[in-house]
Write a protein that binds this ligand. Structure first.
Ligand SMILES: Cc1ncc(COP(=O)(O)O)c(C=O)c1O
Length: 394
C-alpha cells in the first residue's frame, strides 16, 4: 500500500501493515530474512551503471529496507537508517551533524553513555560539548555560540524524567541553523512525533520497545527532508548495520509495539499511583504526574507514557535497607535495559555524573520498568521489599 493510502489508517492498523508485502514474498505474511554480501548484476551495462534495487549488502537488503520504510512512515520522517545499537544510532546522528571545531549542546539529564561518547570521541575530534539544565526552555538561546551546530535533546531525561519544551527549543535552533537531535527512546514515535515537533533527527534505541523481548540490540535514526540526505550519506560512509536476523526480529516486534506500549502505559500508571500512596515513597517521577518537572509539556505534546519511571524513597532509608530490598525480590530483576516483557528495578544516583545541575532528590532513587506480569503480583513483590527496607529502620 502506498504511503499516502496508509496514512488514513490509525497507528495500530499501520504497524500491522508496514514493511511487508506478501505479493513479493510468495504469499507469506512476513518479510523473509535476506542474508547477503554480494548482489549479482545481469549485464555489464547494469553493473557499470549501478542499475539494481540493491547493489551490495551494506547498502541494504529487502529485510532492512522494509524495516527502514516502516519506521519512516511511523515516525513521519523523510528517511530512516539502522544501527546495531541505540548508542550506535546516537553516534551516527552526532556524526551526521557535527565536524571538528563545532560546539554541541547536551542536556545534563542525558543517557550516560551519550555523555561518555562526547567526552571520549567527540572531544578527540575537537568538538566541544556544553551541558545544559534540561529545564532551561527558551533560555537555551543564551548558550548558542557562533559555532554551535547541534542541539541534542532527550525527553524525558534518563532516570530523572524531566520533560523538555521541544517545540520552543527546536524553533529557536532552527532560526540559527542549528540541527536538533532527539533521543526519543522512552516515548517512541507512537507516543511522541519528533519531526512534527521540529526535531531534525530522531533516535530510537529499538533495543527497548521495538524489540520488546530483551533479546535484541537495535538503533534507528530518522530524519526530516532537510537532514535525510546527510544522514544517509553518513550511514553509507560508515556502513555500520545490524544483522539480518535482528532486522527480522525488529519487524516482528513492530507488529505488537502499539499494543505493548499501551499496556506498558496502563500498568506503569497503575504501579506509579500505587507507589505514590506508599508511606515509603517520597516522590514518583513519572511524566504523567503533575509534579514531574515539565509535566505541562508532556500533557501538551505527548500521546502517552511508556512503562519506565522512577521513585525517590523517604530520606530515612539507608543503602543497606535498599540493598536488602532489591537483593531479595521475587519478580523484579535488576538490569539496565528496559522495554521488555519483564519488570526491572535498579538503584541510581544522577549526582555521580551531572555537571551543571544539582541532583538532590531528598532520598535514595530507584528506576522501575513495568513489564507484563500481573499488577497485583508486582505490588506484592514491592510490598514485601518495603517490609525488608523498613526492617532496617530502628
Ligand atoms: C534513553 C536511551 N537511549 C539510548 C540507549 C542505548 O540503547 P542501546 O542499549 O541499544 O545501545 C538507552 C539504553 O538504555 C537508553 O536508555
Amino acid at each position: 500500500m502506498s504511503k499516502e493510502s496508509m496514512s488514513r489508517f490509525s497507528i495500530s492498523t499501520q504497524i500491522t501493515q508496514l514493511g511487508r508485502d506478501p505479493a513479493q514474498q510468495s504469499g507469506f505474511v512476513n518479510t523473509p530474512v535476506y542474508r547477503g554480501s554480494t548482489v549479482v548484476f545481469p549485464t555489464v551495462s547494469d553493473i557499470e551503471n549501478n542499475r539494481a534495487e540493491f547493489n551490495y549488502g551494506t547498502a541494504g537488503t529487502p529485510t532492512i529496507a522494509n524495516l527502514e520504510n516502516a519506521w519512516t512512515q511511523l515516525a513521519g520522517a523523510a528517511g530512516t537508517v539502522l544501527s546495531p545499537s541505540g548508542l550506535g544510532a546516537i553516534a551516527l546522528a552526532l556524526f551526521t551533524t557535527l565536524k571538528s571545531g563545532d560546539h554541541l549542546l547536551m542536556p545534563d539529564s542525558v543517557y550516560k553513555p551519550t555523555r561518555l561518547f562526547c567526552a571520549g570521541m567527540l572531544a578527540k575530534m575537537g568538538i566541544e560539548t556544553t551541558y545544559y539544565d534540561p529545564q532551561i526552555g527558551t533560555d537555551i538561546e543564551t548558550l548558542f555560540r557562533p559555532n554551535t551546530t547541534t542541539l541534542f535533546l532527550e525527553s524525558p531525561g534518563s532516570q530523572s524524567f524531566e520533560i523538555q519544551d521541544i517545540p520552543a527549543m527546536t524553533a529557536l535552533a532552527k532560526r540559527r541553523n542549528i540541527a536538533t537531535i532527539l533521543d526519543n527512546t522512552w516515548a517512541t514515535p507512537i507516543f511522541f512525533k519528533a519531526h512534527e515537533h521540529g526535531c531534525d533527527l530522531s533516535v530510537e534505541a529499538g533495543t527497548k520497545y521495538l524489540g520488546g523481548h530483551s533479546d535484541l540490540l537495535m538503533g534507528i535514526v530518522s530524519a526530516n527532508e532537510q537532514w535525510w540526505p546527510k544522514l544517509r550519506e553518513a550511514y553509507d560512509l560508515m556502513a555500520m548495520l545490524p544483522g539480518a536476523e535482528d532486522c527480522f526480529l525488529a519487524l516482528r516486534g513492530l507488529r505488537t509495539m502499539h499494543l505493548r506500549l499501551k499496556e506498558a502505559e496502563k500498568r506503569g500508571l497503575e504501579m506509579a499511583h500505587w507507589l505514590k500512596s506508599r508511606p515509603e515513597v517520597l516522590k514518583v517521577l513519572h511524566p504523567a504526574f503533575p509534579d514531574c518537572p515539565g509535566h505541562e509539556f508532556w500533557k501538551r505534546d505527548f500521546l502517552g507514557a511508556s512503562g519506565l519511571f522512577s521513585i525517590i524513597l523517604r530520606p530515612e532509608y539507608t543503602k543497606a535497607g535498599v540493598d536488602d530490598m532489591l537483593d531479595n525480590m521475587s519478580i523484579f530483576a535488576m538490569g539496565y535495559s528496559w522495554g521488555g516483557f519483564e519488570s526491572l528495578i535498579i538503584p541510581f544516583n544522577c549526582a555521580n555524573y551531572r555537571t551543571v545541575t544539582q541532583w538532590q532528590p531528598g532520598g535514595l532513587a530507584l528506576r522501575l520498568q513495568i513489564g507484563l506480569e500481573d499488577v497485583s503480583d508486582l505490588q506484592t513483590d514491592l510490598a514485601e521489599g518495603f517490609e525488608r527496607l523498613n526492617a532496617h529502620q530502628s
